[in-house]
Design a protein around this ligand. Structure first.
Ligand code: FAD
Ligand code: NAI
Length: 471
């Protein structure tokens, strides 16, 4: 081991939370080191999450559209085939470009990048097992834990990332499976299920709850989304639980029954995707050496300023509370550095958007109807269908709605829920509206360019307190 060197800040984990904090620290003039064990920066998001999944979603959508949606547009195509190896290569090119980009930004902002696995030796020292062999240690006046999350395993099924996969295997399959069973109808299940369904797999999603998309998705939007995905060929078994699995044969068998109990059924698949959620990852981090504990869900407990009970040690991103989203991790990376360098920082947890990148996309921000009802808030609903939007009509892409929920008394926008083309881009306007405390009338009186999909947003806002024009 080499002599321990003292930094202002040592960050364990080079995912979105960690790398953003590292860059911000460099910009603030702090002496900073970031330790990452993967051999590549950007964490789950860039390497095996957001980025590769969106590459596959984009290209599988193109393929699906060329197969099923060209004739009526006056485009005649010949022999369309899928080349899975090239599809994966295109994905890898996007990933490598972006992860290398972070390395460049580290150099530009004087961040020391240490490639290895870090573990607490004491409250100020991280011992590092280097990827290239050997060990070192680094001392920090401050330490950030940004070690992220991992897929929650399903008891009884062994993940081999070939037949029984998490999202990591699902973004790297070498061929299109004939039959795929997805356990969990949340965001990963629906995004990755979409990819392989578009490429030709028969996909069945088994979901414990009565709706897809997880509890954050507004029930009306979830129902509509399920209808649209069903039309594309995906099958759903809601209110259904997986009771057992058998991966010993050539195919995988999954036993399912009604959540409330009932007749059992056995599903057979070439590939089973386990997508029942993710859990904070702190394995091998040596928390026991400094007396830090995680809560019952594995999250590192922090205060408002991201401090653990050892105040110079902070935790940000998936490893702690809140939604497991890259842009949430990024906001925390910035805010934690601001607390450290200036003494104040801020993240508005009420204005963090969620996007599911299926086609059409689903996006929301703020509260949904069930949440407002539970909080006994009186609200108005304005909704507008893309079938009445001129741009959606010219694009022959008219499925979906924009739905805006605003306070019945003040007209302040409380929630925005969209299923439709480009919903993921459009939600930025809703997020900004909530961030600035806009009323729906503020939005409706703002000129939106014609013809754009955003006009559906304006008209939905108008419909909350008045009538929409085009519907
Ligand atoms: P991570 O990105 O998990 O990074 C933590 C890093 O720490 C890892 O690289 C790990 O190797 C490293 N590490 C752990 N322990 C140690 C140690 N002891 N020493 C050194 N290094 C260590 N979010 C979105 O907002 N949009 C999306 O479209 C989206 N798509 C997703 C798709 C998939 C398939 C998955 C799985 C996730 C997706 N997410 C998406 C979620 C997003 O990836 C996470 O919220 C985000 O990566 C969290 O960032 P993080 O820095 O907290 O953790
Ligand atoms: P999730 O929490 O979104 O969904 C898991 C689903 O599985 C839930 O609907 C749950 O009811 C269901 N479930 C749990 N146990 C079950 C069982 N035994 N049988 C049947 N169903 C069961 O988790 P998911 O999809 O694994 O994603 C993990 C995280 O990754 C998400 O929380 C999300 O934050 C992040 N992510 C974000 C993306 C995005 O922003 N576009 C894309 C992919 C992941």
């Amino acid at each position: 081991a080499t002599e321990a060197e003292e930094k202002d800040l040592v960050i364990v984990g080079g995912g979105v939370a960690g790398y953003v904090a590292a860059i911000k620290a460099g910009q603030a003039g702090l002496k900073v080191a970031c330790i990452e064990k993967r051999g590549s920066l950007g964490g789950t998001c860039l390497n095996v999450g957001c980025i590769p999944s969106k590459s596959l979603l984009n290209n599988s959508h193109l393929y699906h559209q060329i197969l099923h949606d060209t004739k009526n547009r006056g485009i005649i195509v010949g022999d369309v085939k899928i080349d899975v190896a090239q599809l994966m290569k295109a994905k890898d090119t996007s990933v490598t470009g972006l992860t290398k980009g972070i390395e460049f930004l580290f150099k530009k902002n004087n961040v020391e990048y240490i490639k290895g696995t870090g573990a607490f030796q004491d409250e100020h020292t991280i011992a590092v097992n280097l990827i290239d062999g050997g060990e070192t240690s680094v001392r920090g006046k401050n330490i950030f834990i940004a070690t992220g999350s991992e897929a929650t395993p399903f008891p009884g099924l062994t993940i081999d990332e070939k037949k029984v996969v998490t999202s990591t295997g699902a973004i790297a399959l070498q061929e299109v499976p004939k039959k795929m069973v997805v356990i969990g109808g949340g965001i990963i299940g629906l995004e990755m299920g979409s990819v392989w369904s578009r490429l030709g797999a028969e996909v069945t999603v088994v979901e414990f709850l009565g709706q897809i998309g997880g509890p954050g998705m507004d029930a009306e939007i979830s129902k509509l989304t399920q209808k649209l995905l069903t039309k594309q060929g995906m099958k759903f078994k809601l209110n259904t639980k997986v009771t057992a699995g058998d991966d010993s044969g050539a195919s995988v068998k999954v036993n399912v029954e009604a959540a409330k109990g009932g007749k059992e059924e056995v599903l057979d698949a070439d590939v089973v995707l386990v997508a029942i959620g993710r859990r904070p990852y702190t394995s091998g981090l040596g928390l026991e050496n400094i007396g830090l504990e995680a809560d019952e869900k594995g999250r590192i407990v922090i205060d408002q300023e991201y401090r653990t009970k050892i105040p110079h040690i902070r935790a940000i991103g998936d490893v702690t509370f809140g939604p497991m989203l890259a842009h949430k991790a990024e906001e925390e990376g910035v805010a934690a550095i601001e607390y450290l360098s200036k003494g104040f920082g801020h993240v508005n947890y009420g204005a963090i958007p969620s996007v599911m990148y299926t086609h059409p996309e689903v996006a929301w921000v703020g509260q949904n109807e069930a949440e407002l009802k539970a909080a006994d808030v009186k609200y108005k609903i304005g909704s507008f269908p893309f079938s009445a939007n001129s741009r959606a009509k010219t694009n022959l892409d008219t499925e979906g709605i924009v739905k805006i929920l605003s306070d019945a008394e003040t007209d302040r926008i409380l929630g925005v829920h969209i299923v439709g083309p480009n919903a993921g881009e459009m939600i930025a306007e809703g997020t900004l509206a909530i961030e600035y405390g806009a009323s729906s009338e503020d939005i409706a009186r703002t000129s939106h360019a014609h013809p754009t999909l955003s006009e559906a947003f304006k008209e939905a806002a108008m419909a909350t307190y008045d009538k929409a024009i085009h519907y």
